[in-house]
Write a protein that binds this ligand. Structure first.
Ligand code: PHE
Length: 338
């Protein structure tokens, strides 16, 4: 046994270890080279027969064998483990069902606000806005509402300290808008309203309305009828008609309630229209001259119409929702249907 022989064995062992295919093959090689009955103990045994002068150098060669083989086993082991881990991470099971990202959608109330606003926008109206917290002046006085009118009752209106209240109708925006904009005006105002209603299937203390106001030098009830008819068809379908019934509002004269022919049965009578063929949709009328005057307009020079409708009611009719509370429970499983 000489140094060259030992170094040759070392090189061969390192080459074999470097290409061990898996952990089992590597273990077999480890046992073969440095195991208790392996090559290294055998060579150490042979060292005894070597002349004393050659022993140190040959001993060092055997040590090189031991150190480098031990290191090569560890290195190969780490490399095989890393490769196994990478292979596992890269595995993709194409047969598994995917995870769907749930898509959000607009609340039915917002959908109806957007739809109605868009129809009126196409008719030349712009969208205006006003505060939810109003003064008694804009919610009632400016709308020609007498001091003793029932709607002012604390049983109907939420009053706040300091002469403020939560607006009971989007009509409050009318007065505000006219004060700051000279005629002609053509606006719709969607927004929240508040009334002291006890919540049930058709009432909520917090609901939404969309208000319309059109003021110009020549505006008639026929314009109101024509525009509402157009809106009815755009919103509910081409066959839908509107009809006016006389009514009373403090801020319009004459005042009407507007029904749409039932879009479900075409007027024949069904569950949605409670067999009547008609569905009540909004209040409307010609703006009372007092309202124009209070806003700083000249009632001898301009005239206008106004209307207001409940958004929840529209949503319930169009989507077939039978209980208004469903709209506020925020159950996305329910709301995602619309
Ligand atoms: N503000 C009325 C209501 O809340 C609706 C309405 C608006 C009526 C505009 C006439 C004109 O019922």
């Amino acid at each position: 046994m000489n140094i060259e022989e030992v170094d040759g064995l070392t090189a061969a062992a390192l080459a074999a270890l470097g290409s061990a295919a898996d952990l089992a093959a590597l273990e077999a090689l480890r046992v073969k080279y440095i195991g208790r009955n392996g090559l290294l103990p055998e060579l150490m045994q042979g060292l005894k027969a070597v002349p004393a002068a050659d022993k140190p150098a040959l001993g060092q060669a055997l040590n090189r064998f031991k150190v480098s083989v031990t290191a090569a086993v560890a290195a190969r082991q780490a490399a095989l483990a890393a490769a196994a881990k990478a292979a596992k991470a890269g595995a993709f099971d194409w047969s598994l069902p995917g995870r769907w990202a749930r898509q959000g959608r607009r609340h039915p109330i917002q959908q109806l606000i957007d739809r109605t606003s868009e129809i009126f926008r196409r008719m030349g109206f712009t969208v205006a806005d006003g505060p939810d917290v109003e003064t008694e002046y804009y919610n009632f006085d400016a709308l020609n509402t007498p001091a003793d009118h029932v709607s002012r009752d604390v049983q109907d209106t939420f009053y706040l300290p300091g002469g403020l209240l939560l607006r009971t109708q989007t009509s409050a925006v009318q007065a505000r808008y006219m004060e700051s904009h000279p005629p002609p005006v053509r606006i719709v105002c969607p927004g929240r309203c508040y009334r002291r209603d006890t919540t049930d299937a058709t009432h909520s203390a917090n609901f939404h309305q969309i208000e319309g106001l059109y003021v110009d030098t020549r505006v008639s009830l026929a314009d109101l009828k024509g525009d509402i008819d157009h809106f009815a068809r755009e919103l509910m379908g081409p066959g839908v008609k509107s009809r006016f019934r006389t009514h009373f509002f403090p801020f319009t004269e004459p005042s009407v309630e507007v029904d749409f022919s039932c879009h479900m049965c075409g007027g024949a009578g069904c569950r949605v229209c409670k067999q009547s063929g008609w569905i009540e949709i909004m209040g409307a009328g010609m703006v009372d001259p007092n309202v124009l005057q209070l806003a700083g307009y000249d009632p001898a020079a301009v005239m206008g119409y106004a209307f207001g409708m409940g958004i929840e009611r529209l949503a319930m009719i169009l989507f077939g929702i039978d209980d208004i509370r469903r709209l506020y429970e925020n159950d996305v499983r329910y709301l995602a249907q619309f």
